[in-house]
Design a protein around this ligand. Structure first.
Ligand code: C2E
Ligand code: CA
Ligand code: CA
Ligand code: CA
Length: 285
């Protein structure tokens, strides 16, 4: 590409500039959104596959622009991670999840409301992460045993000593830990025996594969889920299947022995107001 004309270089430079500018703009927009608390949470029910009863809510971040349109977390969470903005953002999400979880508990004292919160690698690696969680629980009054942190395998594979120490401290607080997107990472299985996690979530990819039109693919996904359940049984971990969209997927994961499920079949991620309506419906015997 050396001897291309001057024009092409100029073009290249322009698009580079544009890319940098665009990224910079998105980054400052995200920074403002965090400052102005424009990122809110939606809550998706996690239910018992056997009874359909509510088990917990997963808090999922939502960024709504003044225009009303939403930017999906799959685009702003990675940017927040790259820029370090995940640190203030993650703190805000944890605070909001516990605050709103506490409000729901007060409004529905008959329902033991639990809250699952996603924790990024950088957030978990903060030396003061455990203090942060402790402070949020104290300030909001949300009970530690009702809080479940969703961690990915990559979080647990980093700096193993510091990580194990934090996990022990969180365990001591009575907080639940679960491995998110299980099966998609490196799956260094040996760490399962060393880490006091209570659960794992089977990635939606494997659940969707259960209703593939290819028989071979279905058989492979069944085998993967069976293997995961075998590990979970050995390590006494509770298992949640993510991304259940139809009745056939629900039936299959239940018959394989999965305990909890999450997905559009049961409920979409709900706004706080919709959660209240959902609980009103589910609170009544
Ligand atoms: P995740 O932790 O695996 O969350 C589950 C995702 O699956 C959510 O996407 C949820 O809306 C979606 N989902 C739920 N049921 C179904 C279904 O039946 N079918 C399909 N196709 N999808 C379903 P969402 O909300 O777009 O979040 C995407 C990812 O962004 C999350 O994946 C998580 O990795 C990250 N994320 C979201 N909120 C937070 C947050 O507060 N903190 C951090 N660190 N990451 C977050
Ligand atoms: Ca998650
Ligand atoms: Ca997940
Ligand atoms: Ca996932």
């Amino acid at each position: 590409a050396k001897n291309t004309g001057k024009g092409r270089w100029a073009q290249f430079d322009t698009s580079m500039d544009e890319r940098v500018m665009r990224r910079f703009e998105i980054e400052s927009a995200l920074r403002r959104a965090i400052q102005n608390q424009e990122i809110s949470l939606s809550f998706q029910p996690i239910v018992s596959l056997r009874t359909g009863e509510l088990h917990s809510f997963e808090a999922l971040a939502r960024w709504q622009l003044p225009s009303g349109s939403f930017i999906p977390p799959s685009s702003f969470i990675p940017l927040a991670e790259e820029t370090g903005l995940i640190i203030p953002l993650g703190a805000m999400i944890l605070q909001q999840a516990c605050e709103q979880g506490r409000k729901l508990r007060d409004a529905f004292p008959m329902i033991p409301i639990r809250m699952n919160v996603n924790i990024s690698e950088k957030q978990f690696q903060l030396p003061y992460f455990v203090d942060q969680v402790t402070r949020v629980l104290r300030e909001t009054g949300f009970p530690a045993p009702a809080l479940c942190l969703e961690l990915t395998e990559s979080v647990l594979l980093g700096d193993s000593e510091g990580c194990a120490k934090k996990i022990r401290a969180l365990e001591k607080l009575g907080i639940q830990l679960t491995l998110d997107d299980f099966g998609t990472g490196y799956s260094s299985l040996s760490y399962l025996s060393q880490l006091p996690v209570q659960g794992l979530k089977i990635d939606a990819h494997f659940i969707q594969g259960l209703t593939s039109s290819s028989r071979e693919k279905v058989a492979q996904n069944v085998a993967i889920i069976r293997a995961i359940l075998g590990l979970a049984y050995t390590f006494e971990l509770s298992v949640t299947a993510e991304g259940i969209e139809d009745e056939e997927q629900r039936r299959r994961v239940e018959s394989l022995g999965v305990t909890f499920g999450q997905g559009y079949l049961f409920a979409r991620p709900l706004s706080y107001t919709d959660v209240e309506a959902y609980l009103e419906e589910h609170a009544l015997p």
